[in-house]
Design a binder for this molecule. Structure first.
Ligand code: SF4
Length: 253
């Protein structure tokens, strides 16, 4: 499982301008033949496009989002076409394209151009899920590009200052999306985290409990096994969904 089209050793083949949205993406890694390991679409066959850069710097972050290079759309398409992994066919069969990071919305204009270019070239669009840290406001136009919004607002346990990580305006915007799947995945490190979820997200009316997913803080299988019992208890107590991190169980990236 998990075959890489772009990894840390992949070098950009074409020169692309940093200030031009329409011809390149800053990518950390790009891999296929894997499953979504967490959240609402757990188990879904997927292709992950992990974008470089993040708006936050959480103390427990397990993603090396500073790494990566700028790749021209042309090179990304060539990699998909020339690889022996049949990525285009996989998208056509239903594998999701997961746009993750870091903060994918930092590159939302380039992503729109990339998806349009994909559509022109192959005459279809893959189903697109986005992992949103819920700090940046999506452009109005971007909504039509995304089928599943997985928002992961960060709590005080992230170590980030409240004014940096808690963005009521973004939550307000997300609460008005009704024609797409929208869920809120909270990384939980202790039982007290629930009070913050209740006070900052549920009580002001930004998030409904039916859209909440609690996921244990874990970057190793041992941490997952240690933290999941209390997170499952919290989920049962409050009538919300629990998610494992199956990638840790299966040793996926
Ligand atoms: S938002 Fe996610 S990727 Fe960014 S620093 Fe926090 S945990 Fe890491």
């Amino acid at each position: 499982m998990s075959k890489y089209l772009i990894d840390r050793t992949t070098k950009p083949k074409y020169r692309v301008r940093k200030d031009d949205f329409s011809d390149g993406l800053n990518i950390m890694e790009f891999f296929c033949d894997t499953i979504q390991g967490e959240g609402i679409n757990i188990g879904q066959p997927s292709v992950f496009l992990r974008l470089q850069g993040c708006t936050l710097d959480c103390v427990w972050c397990d993603t090396e989002w500073r790494l990566g290079s700028r790749f021209a759309f042309e090179q990304i398409f060539e990699l998909m076409e020339k690889s022996r992994f049949s990525v285009i066919e996989k998208f056509a069969k239903g594998h999701h394209l997961i746009l993750t990071g870091g903060s994918p919305l930092k590159q939302q204009h380039s992503l729109m151009d990339f998806i349009d270019a994909f559509d022109r070239r192959y005459n279809f669009r893959p189903t697109i899920e986005i992992d949103n840290e819920c700090v940046l406001d999506p452009d109005d136009e971007f909504f039509q590009y995304v089928d599943v919004w997985t928002n992961s607002p960060k709590l005080s346990s992230s170590g980030m200052k409240r004014q940096v990580r808690y963005k009521p305006k973004v939550l307000e915007t997300m609460s008005h999306i009704h024609d797409r799947i929208v869920c809120y995945k909270f990384v939980v490190s202790c039982v007290e985290d629930w009070e913050e979820i209740q006070m900052d997200f549920i009580d002001p009316g930004y998030v409904k409990t039916c859209d909440i997913i609690l996921m244990p803080l874990a970057s190793t299988l041992a941490e997952l096994e240690k933290n999941r019992p209390f997170v499952i208890d919290l989920a049962l107590q409050h009538g919300v969904r629990y998610s494992t991190r199956e990638q840790l169980v299966l040793g996926l990236p």
